[in-house]
Design a protein around this ligand. Sequence first.
Ligand code: NFE
Length: 521
Amino acid sequence: PRDAWAITQRICGVCTTVHAIASVRAVENALQLEIPVNAQYIRNMIILAHAVHDHIVHFYHLSALDWVDVVSALKADPAKTASLAESLSNWSGNSKAEFVKVQERLKGFVGTGQLGIFTNGYWGHPAMKLTPEVNLLAVSHYLQALEIQRFASKIVAVLGSKSPHIQNVAVGGVANPLSVDSQSVLTVERLLAIKEWMLKLEDFVKNVYLVDVGAIGGFYADWTKYGRGITDYLCVPDIPLDGKGEKFALPGGYIADGKLESFKAITSFNDKYFTDGVSEAIKHSWYNYSGGNDKSLHPYKGETTPNYTDFQDDGKYSWLKSPTFYGKPMQVGPLPRVLNMLAAGHEPTKKYATAALDLVSKVAGTKVGVDALHSTIGRHAARAVGCAVQVDELLNQWDLLLANMGKGDLKTFNKPVFPKGEQLGVGFHEAPRGVLSHWVVIDSGKIKNYQCVVPTTWNAAPRNEKDQPGAYEACLIDNPVADPEKPLEVLRTVHSFDPCLACAVHVVDQENNPVVTVKAV
Ligand code: NFE
């Protein structure tokens, strides 16, 4: 159980911290082991820096080009781009000189007939609606975002010993010795460097990312009508402020049928409402359950026995299981997170959601309200709003750590003790793509069962035991497609969730395909 985090973390190369965090939380939950508050602050900074990284990269590098036509940016007037950009934000990278430079760089790419990193886009597609000037603005920010995301990775690397895949967590806390007077540990000097990187991220998230999403959302306001799908929204609280996980900076819970007033909070790492509600079905998945394939199993009793049948329209067609919460499929991720935080009365979320919706309304020329968030473009807006909240909380966690160190508390680890017999534990984490939970059954210090119920599994699930579709399938109903040969609009809606199939599947090939052989000395 003490090693599970290092192994499960390798599930994914995108969300590279989240499985480590969920895993140590699961084992600590099984042992009811409290951790030092400094360890929470350090983990929280890693979680938040990773989330900010993930959201910036998702918007600019993994999905913006579904909306932005790179080739059209060549026709833009850089002076007009600059005056538009300056009307929206005072970001230092918005000068005419900068836009001229980007356009020249782009001409170089296109002139050689090789679009490099921009190959394979649906350039000139009829669903691309932005003016050349807006396209140039977005392409410039795409390139600047490549520079900025490094600072988030550096924070993760310094606190977590490396990135991707941190090395500093431990069941019981973190392996970062703190000191105010030694050079060989996490010093105040390193922490001050981290603070500078946080401020750079804050500047970019608030003055570029949030603004771009608002502007693009306004230009594509018709996309607030598509991609609604499942409106049962699940999110878990995160950023624990105490050693036990009973107080959180960011609230979480469940909203039924899109109605904020139905919000029911999830309040602690021991919350039975969450633990009892999760279950997974495999009627349409390439697995068998020993008790019958029409059953749904709680993750503590979960089974992962592959049964590949090829693609069957009405039978099995996915490597993903179908998670449900009290028998219903859920949407998880940035939109459920923001709506749950709004429902919980979280003031910073209210502030940034209002700012984003005001900007969308200004650009669209019509009042756009919270209802518009239940959509494809709404998921992008929610991700940016959540990211602004996270960057503020990142700075807050830094302050909390420094204040606590200032009081002389330098503790970061409580040693776990494994009793004889069986213990069950769940560790949940609000990962960038949504609710993540690891479920461990420990028997006399060894793992007897281990299940991960992952954000993309919730959203990309096949139909469940009652044949109800998962969030992706539901969201694609009534999604327009202008050209079936180039289904850009389908990509828009699916990408708005930020899919990660590496996380979502449940199998590894244990017998074939050796990747590397190493000699142990
Ligand atoms: Ni592989 Fe992940 C996140 C997890 S899956 S990216 O966030 O857990 O949706």
